[in-house]
Unconditional design. Sequence first.
Length: 258
Amino acid sequence: MHLQCDTLSAGYGREMIINEISLTVKKGDITAIIGPNGSGKSTLLRAISGNIKNTDGKIFLNGKPVSEIRPKALARELTYMPQVLAAYPGFLVKDIVACGRFPHLGFGGRMKKEDHEKVNWAIESVGLQDYKDRTISSLSGGEFQMTRIAMAIAQETDLVILDEPTTFLDINHQLRVLGLIRKLNESMGKTILMVLHDINHASRFSHEIVVLDKGCKYTSGTPQEILTENILQNVFKINARIFTDPDHGIYCLSDSVT
């Protein structure tokens, strides 16, 4: 799934949050979006996924304008996982995961045997087979994020868009979730676009990084091209030292703020 945005601008009401952003997400890549708070990262994902309308510019999926794709058909092309999903305490894990099958259901919205099989497969893919009959309210934050990713798997789209999938998680669960996202990419062939706050995680788990600042695209490139002292100082206002680890690639260590 090839995604392209050309001079995309969007916001809420009369307030523009992102301005003339152009980017390309290559098929089979993991692309991470980073930037300071308020730089427009979540707004960009909402515009790309069709949750808010862009006021200018165009979005293409495999060369076709997204504006020409009906919402249910678009949901068969891309999965969008927002920062926060309303949790219904009485719902079971398997109920939440089953929501991912909605774009594939016919008239009446009844699930068939194949749909139930897809739900069970998605639950097993994230290692939650022993949790499928548990209520959402009984899960930890990490287990709930795994459930949401299972829902994304059940939706069976080539493009998966994730807004800060590691928010509120401890380091153990952050790495588990990011490892699972890498599995979606490498084993299942999913193209991933995600927002991350942790610069080192973006470097370690992505092929390409897009940097936003003040609602605009500042730059983009490989982790090696993005993690530089100049970029980190200019965008994030931090003094940082850059290191290379033979196992985990390039990472930064912040000394102080500027």
